[in-house]
Design a protein around this ligand. Structure first.
Ligand code: ADP
Ligand code: MG
Length: 698
């Protein structure tokens, strides 16, 4: 049978090659299928037709039915505009166009009946509708219920007359050409068990709902399906991996672990740290390969958990390795861990891009003989030249800087894969974690080490610097250290660099008795480390920096974090930055400095920061405010981007529900033998083929 949906849209009447090119470029719509799966973002009720004598300038979008009495062009050059006088017998309004004048005059005829749709405004005592949608009365048949779909379009599309209305018309034409039902993409059992609308009905109703009830049902069915396959994909993949790979079994808690615990551990573990360690021990003893995501707010003590898990590997005769996203962080982990292991017979080495020559060769050789027990480094540790004698455990710190592909490299070398612990301080809301890392088990450290005082956060406008600097002077006099962060969203932007440089000079003037160091991402690593070291050692009291300090730096004596132009940072970034202070026993402060003009959203962001220190609450709020596409950690995986209709922020419950369904299918049909599920595996294969991001997960 000829499948219409695979057809190139340029052959569809009403589209044509020129518009097709724009659709290709702007929306990646190539086939009829792509077009049909381009869903409206809202509907406007067009069931009511207003009379002109009823309208005033305060109404939302309305529609009118009547005739154009005549056209008139006014003004010259950029001022030029076209006016059509439009009447329905109860009054006259002006339809106004600033662009595409020729096209409009050619297209619409005087004294024919049209339905006009637009937002009325009053200008010079007359009622105007600027750039209205116009249809012949006969064209609107498909939208009998009056729910008119609205599609997102881009500037480029509008310039080619591909506005929302034009897309709707294409959609009418395409849907009319679909005579027979499209092949169903869910099994009959799922459809009936969960009372879902059949696919073809759902697709028709999502664009042109017969009534609001049908619109809701169509939307539910399509969201259900979308989230279901995201979950089925991840769970199927996890199951296959489980069947394919055995995990190393760490049977004993041995001498290394116990010595560390009883002799070296400088403090009592928190309850949460103990619980997570137990979860990890269960995993690595189970015979399955562990893939665990460890979430814990900044300062919650993830490093210690990582270290103790690595010691477990050592106790069982394996090596361990820990990757950090930057050299600075790798160095810091190396120093911390060496110190923690002081006096113990464990060899720890550091491997980063700057470890070269003889030193590097020696480390590589000792890795092969097994003399190096723990390797700490940047992504240098996964280069092809690095080979272990028996790598059993891998820790990835701050994983959002490591792409999914890099994570995958750890076990693609055709050997038995090590256990993997991914740590992140960017709390990922549950629903999002399920979508992004549904193949990982999740542990949470939801408790800070004792004695930490919540960081007091304030919002201050930038014209009140004097009082701010006075408090800073006071803190420094008490021996504390201070961070001042400037936004450097794009490292290349000159204006941003200027901010930082000027800020630096300004601070040097304001604090003549202090040593001020400076760190930004464009510095050479050696220079950066040198400046960083000044601050870590306490020689410098103030650090002026960009967000390069966001991740991981640990200076417990720093008690003040000032964030300049805080309006330019996202919530999770603000939270990360704030986490650089409050690491010691002293009361710490975070001051968010902004100018006066703030958008509503920015105001909300600042309010949340002032109100709470809870990373999860902040992450949830972030998800609601910005949507998942912007959340840190989602970029590389891209899955959240690919959702066409479901919304991770809003459809969390549905996500959980369909996950349960997908789980039971994978559990009861582990080898895909049940014919009832054939349709599901077929569809999954098709989706994996067309969806780049899905493929990269698996
Ligand atoms: P993060 O989770 O942000 O990586 P770290 O592991 O860097 O946090 O720990 C932050 C600080 O808390 C470190 O100085 C660490 O030594 C300290 N710490 C960790 N666990 C405990 C504990 N159980 N009791 C007291 N301090 C702890
Ligand atoms: Mg850390």
């Amino acid at each position: 049978m000829f499948d219409l949906t695979t057809r190139d849209i340029k052959y569809i009447s009403g589209v044509g090659p020129q518009k097709a090119t724009v659709l290709n470029k702007e929306l990646s719509i190539f086939s009829v299928h792509d077009l049909i799966y381009y869903f409206p973002y809202k509907y406007v009720d067009r069931s009511r037709i207003y009379y002109i004598h009823e309208i005033d300038g305060n109404m939302p979008y309305i529609q009118l039915k009547g005739q154009i009495l005549g056209f008139e062009t006014i003004g010259e050059g950029r001022q030029r505009r076209l006016i059509a006088h439009f009447s329905d017998g109860t009054g006259v309004v002006d339809l106004v166009w600033f662009q595409g004048i020729k096209f409009i005059i050619g297209k619409y005829k005087v004294h024919e009946e049209y339905i006009v749709f637009g937002k009325p405004t009053v200008f010079g005592g007359r009622i105007n509708l600027a750039h209205p949608d116009i249809d012949k009365t006969s064209e609107l048949k498909l939208t009998a219920a009056g729910l008119q779909p609205y599609y997102i379009t881009t500037e480029k599309m509008k310039r080619s007359f591909l506005n929302s209305h034009a897309i709707a018309k294409m959609m009418v034409s395409v849907l009319q050409q679909i005579q027979e039902p499209l092949p169903e993409t869910l099994s009959p059992k799922i459809l009936s068990d969960h009372h879902l609308m059949p696919l073809t009905d759902a697709l028709r109703n999502i664009h042109f709902p017969v009534n609001p009830e049908h619109q809701r049902k169509a939307e539910y069915r399509l969201k259900f399906e979308e989230l279901f396959y995201v979950q089925l994909n991840i769970l199927r993949y996890a199951k296959d991996r489980q069947r394919k790979y055995r995990g190393y079994v760490f049977e004993t808690v041995g001498e290394i672990f116990n010595t560390f615990y009883s002799r070296n551990l400088p403090f009592e573990l928190t309850g949460a740290q103990k619980r997570v360690l137990k979860e990890i021990r269960q995993d690595v003893g189970s015979g399955r390969q562990m893939n665990r995501l460890l979430q814990g707010d900044v300062g919650s003590g993830k490093t210690l958990v990582a270290l103790m898990s690595m010691l477990l590997a050592l106790d069982n005769g394996y090596q361990a390795c820990m990757m950090a996203p930057t050299e600075i962080l790798a160095n810091q982990h190396y120093e911390t861990i060496k110190e923690l292991l002081y006096g113990m017979n464990v060899r720890v080495e550091l491997l980063t891009g700057s470890v070269k020559g003889k030193k590097r060769e020696a480390i590589l050789a000792a890795l092969l003989t097994g003399d190096v027990h723990i390797l700490i480094g940047t992504h240098a540790v996964i280069e092809d030249t690095v080979h272990f004698s028996s790598l059993g455990f891998v820790v990835i710190d701050e994983q959002h800087r490591f792409g999914v592909a890099q994570r995958a490299r750890l076990w693609s070398k055709n050997v038995q894969p090590p256990h993997v612990l991914v740590m992140t301080a960017t709390p990922i809301p549950r629903t999002l974690a399920m979508t992004l890392y549904g193949d990982l088990d999740v542990s949470v450290i939801d408790e800070l080490p004792p004695g930490r005082k919540p960081i007091a956060t304030f919002h201050q406008f930038d014209n009140r610097r004097e009082s701010l600097y006075q408090s800073v002077h006071k803190q420094i006099a008490e021996g504390r250290q201070v961070y001042i962060v400037y936004p450097l969203i794009k490292e290349s932007e000159k204006s941003d660099m200027k901010n930082l440089e000027e800020g630096f000079l300004h601070i040097c003037e304001e604090f003549p008795d202090c040593r001020v160091c400076k760190v930004h991402g464009k510095m050479k690593p050696a220079e950066k480390d040198e400046q960083m070291q000044l601050f870590v050692s306490g020689e410098a009291q103030i650090m002026v920096a960009t967000t390069v300090i966001e991740v991981g730096v640990n200076v417990p004596n720093a008690s003040v974090m000032i964030i300049e132009n805080a309006e330019r940072f996202g919530l999770s970034q603000l939270h990360q930055l704030r986490g650089r202070v409050g690491r010691g026993a002293d009361q710490s402060y975070c001051i968010l400095v902004t100018n006066y003009k703030l958008t509503e959203e920015t105001r909300k962001r600042l309010e949340i920061m002032v109100r709470t220190n809870d990373g999860f609450e902040i992450a949830e709020a972030d998800l609601k405010l910005r949507g998942p596409g912007d959340l840190e950690g989602t970029q590389q995986s891209g899955v959240a981007f690919d959702l066409k209709i479901a919304d991770i922020a809003r459809d969390g419950q549905l996500l959980q529900y369909v996950r349960g369904i997908a789980e039971s299918i994978v559990e009861t049909d582990p080898e895909s033998r049940n014919p009832e599920n054939d349709i599901l595996w077929q569809q999954l294969r098709a989706l994996r083929k067309t969806n780049v991001n899905w493929a990269s997960i698996s």
